[in-house]
Design a protein around this ligand. Structure first.
Ligand SMILES: Cc1cc2nc3c(=O)[nH]c(=O)nc-3n(C[C@H](O)[C@H](O)[C@H](O)COP(=O)(O)OP(=O)(O)OC[C@H]3O[C@@H](n4cnc5c(N)ncnc54)[C@H](O)[C@@H]3O)c2cc1C
Length: 497
């Protein structure tokens, strides 16, 4: 569909316009249905990375949301009830001064918890990891119950589509174009209005390149006219790396896998629809930030690698053509196996990757190469985190949940660093938090946008999404993306006077 006849003061590209407005879709609304969204091309872009050298040549699937509200409508999300008490939910760490009360996005802590959730926090505290502060301070380490994007009034997901768009959707000067793929920005025509690109870490650099903003060598090799040369577009890709360590439980009801039983699922649906409670009302809740374990680490003089520009085509992505593609599909355990999962993740990765177009056609997906675990320290730290999962599952309180000789991944508890490194290579993947490819920095320092989020060299083109983070944040990234978007709104409002 082409909307070339219309003109607007501001065009915001993204926000789910390439997909549909599914704000009323139960798969999006019901917190507990989050796993049903993963890998459904109706709901996400289903990108694949190029094969990852440090991950045994596996290609990793990335599913950013393709619906209104973007990934905030499809990501992993707990909520609270009015009658909860701080002690029962174990949220003594909370520092209420740090929380706003009047923003559009709702967050809450689930009052529904599985036994693992409760035991995990207690086990980690016994191992010396009590939360030192509220994690929202950015300084805390330790175990805590994690608030999620859930509106406690309705027990539904609170995301950009419902929290920001729905309240203003009837404004006569606001137009939503659904199912529209933006192909390029014609900068020469951008004289009066203003464009705000929000297609995120893979989409925004790709759109800039398609519009002639990027590495001249790459653009000319693809027959694209160079409008603003900038070697940094699509560089600096960063992401949290994670995997799962699973174990079979003794009592099937201690695992959410038991919802595979139609009778149990029917009970869960009944609990949600009548009382907004039960497993479908909750997101993931038990979280902890742990420092690197005491196992000695190699010392590196300069651990942060400088920005690395990609070599020119055609050998920039030999992996695309020369290597057999392997998908990162998990080795599936027989259905009927009821598992619990620990999800170790690397919060401060030093590996850096790239996202670049390989064609002038906007329908061809860009080549995504995160270089996961390519920095030696990343593998070392991640392997130590994996090894520590064996320590976490060992205490009697947690071990009592598990079936002796039960199934799980890895099949045998990891015992050495060498085993942990091998497991990382075989099983690590994305935590779905890619960022950094249109970084905000001084131009000579590797930047694409400046401090006002305006693309260097352009006058009225902004990028406002996770791609502008120069360095990945610790923990889930969505709240930081909302903060960037709020800042952009303030900047634009200020400019309008
Ligand atoms: C499966 C999954 C689980 C996650 N879990 C969590 C979590 O638990 N906690 C957390 O904090 N974060 C989580 N995240 C990450 C978080 O959701 C994202 O980092 C964040 O939403 C990114 O916001 P954004 O605005 O940069 O991009 P998005 O929210 O992805 O929005 C980009 C929008 O642009 C649209 N778009 C892209 N290209 C075009 C184009 N050419 N034309 C038109 N539109 C286009 C897309 O369809 C999309 O709607 C998760 C992400 C995923 C995918």
């Amino acid at each position: 569909m082409i909307y070339s006849e219309e003109s607007f003061d501001f065009v915001i590209i993204g926000g789910g316009t390439a997909g549909a407005n599914r704000n009323l879709d139960p798969k999006i609304q019901v917190p507990g249905s989050v796993t049903q969204l993963f890998r459904d091309v109706e709901y996400d872009w289903s990108f694949n990375t190029v094969p990852q050298e440090s991950l045994n040549e596996r290609a990793i699937n990335h599913p950013p949301g393709k619906v209104f509200g973007g990934s905030s409508a499809t990501n992993a999300i707990g909520w609270n009830r009015d009658n909860m008490t701080r002690a029962r939910l174990d949220i003594d760490y909370m520092d209420y001064k740090l929380y706003g009360k009047d923003g559009p996005i709702q967050t809450a802590i689930s009052n529904f918890t599985m036994p693992l959730t409760r035991l995990l926090g207690a086990t980690l505290k016994n191992l010396g990891h009590k939360a030192t502060k509220d994690p929202i301070s950015g300084e805390a380490v330790g175990a805590y119950s994690c608030p999620s994007f859930i509106d406690p009034r309705s027990a539904t997901r609170s995301h950009a589509g419902v929290a920001y768009y729905d309240p203003v959707k009837s404004r006569p000067n606001l137009h939503l174009k659904e199912n529209a793929l933006v192909e390029k920005i014609v900068l020469e025509k951008l004289t009066d209005g203003s464009v705000i690109a929000t297609e995120s870490t893979f989409g925004s650099p790709a759109l800039l390149e398609l519009s002639g903003i990027g590495d001249p060598a790459l653009l000319t090799s693809l027959g694209i006219d160079v409008v603003i040369p900038n070697l940094n577009v699509g560089e600096n890709l960063q992401n949290h790396v994670m995997t799962t360590v699973t174990a079979e439980v003794l009592n099937p009801d201690d695992s959410l896998d038991s919802l595979g039983d139609p009778a149990k699922l029917a009970t869960a649906i009944e609990a949600y629809t009548t009382h907004q409670t039960g497993p479908l009302s909750a997101g993931f809740s038990a979280t902890s930030y742990l420092p690197p374990t005491p196992t000695p680490l190699p010392r590196l003089a300069n651990p942060i690698p400088p920005p690395r520009h990609h070599p020119p085509l055609p050998d920039r992505h030999p992996a695309l053509t020369q290597r057999r593609r392997r998908r990162d599909l998990p080795r599936l355990l027989p259905s009927g196996t009821n598992l619990i999962s620990l999800v170790p993740a690397l919060m401060h990765p030093l590996s850096r990757g790239t996202v670049h177009i390989t064609s002038a056609s906007p329908t061809v997906y860009p080549a995504i190469n995160p270089n996961y675990l390519s920095h030696p320290l990343d593998l070392e730290l991640f392997a130590r985190g994996l090894l520590y999962c064996s320590t976490v599952l060992a205490p009697q309180s947690l071990a009592a949940l598990l079936k002796e000789g039960g199934k799980g991944m890895p099949e045998r508890r990891l015992a050495t660093l060498a085993e942990a490194r091998a497991y990382a290579r075989e099983r690590a993947g994305t935590m779905f938090h890619p960022c950094g490819t249109c970084a905000m920095m001084p131009r000579e320092g590797g930047a694409v946008v400046g401090e006002r989020l305006v693309v260097h060299g352009a006058r009225n083109l902004r990028v406002v999404d996770a791609s502008v983070f120069p360095v990945i944040v610790k923990g889930p990234v969505t709240s930081s993306v909302f903060a960037v978007a709020e800042r952009a709104a303030d900047l634009v409002r200020g400019e309008l006077g």
